[in-house]
Design a protein around this ligand. Structure first.
Ligand code: ZN
Ligand code: ZN
Length: 308
């Protein structure tokens, strides 16, 4: 299995699409599991254009219920149904927004042969999977909005299976506990993680944040500090800073300063206002404050190793 995280920039526009830009959305793929961040209109064609499968998406994280971030949900679900999906589909929305999303889905009058689970997130809500943790980050927008941090679970060290078997530990959940650094009790004896783990081989998992839509946060959230990749909205350039304040969106310059303060490694700007012909001004502005910045085009793909 590949140990790369693939990041697909499916769209990069804000509010409405342009001839060359779809609305902002990012797809992450890691070890065969697909995580979608926002689902605007036209999401299906964008997923197909990067040769990914709509029915193989298991998690959808919606930042907020402005139309440019969720109007594509029903089409996505309809295609899953047409392809006879039977696996659960998990959607995450801001706290208090579950009913609005369910109303939107039920207005389609579609019947689904699979379960749609809708979860509401609050600040620091964590979805803990075996190899990945997704944390919700409270943003500053005109309606409740949450960004997400996607992190590969750290490896505490190398697990010595032979040592564990010699200690008569049965394979299964007890192995996992030891790998997580916990001690276990077996036949009245305590076995510590240290006995079967070599901590010299500790590995830190990569971390990617998606912060869209928001006025630049005054304080860097803990889960964003030192990220390998920060994907942040930059709806406006400094020329339209009043508009950014009014609509609670970000200015390219401020995002650059935020990335610097957060000590992230790379910054990718998305959610560019359709008023700009292209992202050249946005990029020029941000680079003055944070050099390692990029303005991806729709359908750009990057990949990174999962561990440092
Ligand atoms: Zn938006
Ligand atoms: Zn918005």
């Amino acid at each position: 299995m590949s140990n790369k995280i693939k990041i697909y920039f499916l769209g990069t526009s804000s509010s409405c699409p342009t001839k060359t830009r779809s609305l902002t959305s990012v797809l992450l793929n890691y070890q065969g599991v697909n995580y979608l961040f926002d689902s605007p209109e036209n999401i299906q064609q964008q997923i197909m254009k990067v040769n990914q499968s709509i029915i193989k998406i298991d998690y959808l994280f919606i930042t907020h219920l402005h139309g440019d971030h969720y109007f594509g949900v029903v089409g996505l679900l309809a295609t899953m149904q047409l392809n006879q999906r039977d696996k659960d589909f998990n959607i995450y929305v801001p706290f208090g927004d579950k009913q609005q999303l369910l109303n939107f889905i039920s207005a389609s009058k579609l019947q689904f042969g699979f379960k749609i689970n809708v979860f509401e997130v609050k600040a620091n809500y964590k979805l803990k999977l075996e190899k990945v943790i997704v944390t919700a980050i409270k943003l500053n927008h005109s309606i409740p909005s949450y960004g997400y941090n996607f992190k590969i679970v750290d490896k505490l060290g190398r697990f010595d299976k032979q040592k564990a078997l010699k200690l008569n530990i049965p394979e299964g959940p007890l192995f996992r506990k030891l790998q997580e650094g916990k001690s276990i009790k077996l036949n009245g004896k305590t076995i510590t993680s240290k006995q079967v783990m070599d901590y010299k081989f500790k590995k830190i998992g990569k971390s990617i944040s998606y912060l869209v839509d928001t006025f630049v946060l005054s304080k860097v959230p803990k889960s964003v500090v030192g990220n390998d990749i920060l994907i942040h909205e930059a709806t406006f350039t400094i020329e339209h800073k009043e508009k950014a304040k009014e609509t609670l969106h970000s200015v390219s310059k401020d995002v650059g300063l935020f990335a610097k303060k957060a000590k992230v490694k790379k910054l990718y700007l998305v959610h560019i206002s359709p008023r700009y012909l292209d992202s050249s001004e946005t990029l020029k502005e941000v680079k003055k404050f944070f050099k390692n910045s990029f303005c991806p085009n729709d359908l750009d793909v990057i990949e990174i190793e999962d561990y440092n």
